[in-house]
Write a protein that binds this ligand. Structure first.
Ligand SMILES: NC(=O)c1ccc[n+]([C@@H]2O[C@H](COP(=O)([O-])OP(=O)(O)OC[C@H]3O[C@@H](n4cnc5c(N)ncnc54)[C@H](OP(=O)(O)O)[C@@H]3O)[C@@H](O)[C@H]2O)c1
Length: 362
């Protein structure tokens, strides 16, 4: 059985809490270090997180009394204690870039939920079912950083974790040309609950800072190709996005309109979704959903509340596929934003990188 010591940087945050619940029950990963800002450092975890604990299960016993370390001041000590870290922190972009690079240079692999390094050309942005082969760029990154073990790998933004998986497998055969997408995003995506963001009860806010740009640009890196020491982003499909914050606790829904180079039939699309598998399914990784893309025939499905936890929140739900008058087709899709879209997706990526030998236990 594989066995890795893990650090969670940003352990008191919304994504950090998810990492704690997922790693507490993980067959390969064991929590060795929790770290956050100087505000939390030196406190017991239960005290540091306090009323911010937002998971539906209690704080796992084995982490409640762990003393939180300082994510910046204790880098060297943390890097020595663990095999790799998960990182999800609320800091300025340049500070996050510096923090992640410092861990990598201390020979500690970083699996990141932050956006700071998503466009660094030799940092892979992996959705393990779609572009697991981008892991190869880690060799180039290690050359640049001068490291043997250390590197940074990132997750993409949570908004696109539903529609990109549905579109990606259709591209090879039919060429995905133009995509218009509207997302309906849960409040946990902003690290909030209805208690901490009461203005969101019974409300929709038509703006999420930076989200539309991420939803349009990040897919192109996932579609990109390794050329030399870089991942070169693709130039198509063309994406245009509107992102709305809605009164849901968890789960990002997306309404998608798509035009193809060669229009498939409804049956061909459903068949591709049904049969699509990626590296996590082939390798039977512990967090892999058995069925990645799940099509619902009922007109009123998928629903945020009913389907977000499908296969531990790691599967994608799709429905309402039909022809459109302006595009070829329209459909909706849904994914759990803090599971598949954040911590769960990062855990799956870490499993992939462990399985491929990019992360080794010391
Ligand atoms: N929520 C989502 O669905 C989601 C999805 C994808 C990506 N992300 C990304 O993940 C990251 C974290 O998001 P979140 O929603 O978990 O945020 P959050 O709930 O606000 O948590 C932020 C975390 O960052 C820590 N932190 C703040 N300042 C720090 C500093 N100077 N040094 C070290 N740690 C510091 C906080 O520690 P203290 O408690 O000590 O302040 C806390 O642990 C962000 O980059 C976000 O964009 C979030």
């Amino acid at each position: 059985m594989k066995n890795y010591k893990v650090g969670i940087i940003g352990a008191t945050g919304m994504v950090g809490q998810r990492f704690i619940t997922l790693c507490s029950e993980h067959p390969w990963f064991h929590i060795e270090v929790l770290a956050a800002s100087p505000r939390s450092a030196g406190k017991k975890y239960s005290e540091a997180v306090g009323a911010k604990w937002a998971m539906t299960t209690p704080i796992p016993e084995k982490v409640a009394d762990m003393v939180v370390m300082d994510a910046t001041a204790d880098i060297k000590e943390i890097a020595e204690k663990v095999d790799f870290v998960f990182c999800a922190v609320d800091m300025k972009k340049d500070e996050i870039k510096a923090l992640e690079e410092a861990y990598a240079k201390a020979e500690c692999p970083v699996i990141s939920n932050n956006s700071a390094n998503r466009h660094t050309p030799d940092v892979p942005m992996i959705v393990p079912e779609l572009n697991s082969e981008h892991a190869k760029i880690i060799d180039s990154q290690r050359k640049r950083l001068g490291t043997k073990r250390g590197f940074i790998a990132v997750k993409s933004n949570c908004s696109l974790q539903s529609y990109v998986p549905a579109l990606f497998p259709l591209d090879e055969k039919f060429g995905v040309k133009d995509v218009l997408v509207c997302t309906y995003q849960a409040i946990s995506g902003a690290g909030k609950t209805f208690n901490t963001w009461p203005e969101m009860v019974d409300n929709v806010i038509p703006y999420i800072g930076g989200e539309e740009e991420k939803s349009e640009i990040e897919p192109l890196k996932i579609w990109g190709k390794i050329e030399g020491d870089e991942i070169v982003p693709a130039t198509k499909p063309n994406f245009t996005a509107q992102c709305l914050r809605v009164a849901a606790s968890d789960g990002h829904m997306a309404a998608v309109f798509v035009r193809f180079d060669k229009k498939p039939s409804v049956e061909e699309i459903k068949e591709i979704w049904k049969n699509f598998k990626g590296y996590p399914q082939e390798a039977e990784l512990p967090s892999a959903p058995k069925q990645f893309l799940n099509y619902f025939e009922e007109d009123n499905l998928p629903q945020t509340k009913l389907q977000r936890n499908l296969e531990g929140g790691m599967a994608i739900s799709v429905g309402r596929l039909r022809e459109d008058t302006q595009y070829d087709y329209k459909f909706v899709c849904l994914s759990h934003n803090t599971l598949r879209g954040a911590a769960g997706g990062a855990v799956l990526m870490a499993e992939q990188l462990c399985n491929m030998g990019y992360i080794e236990s010391k």
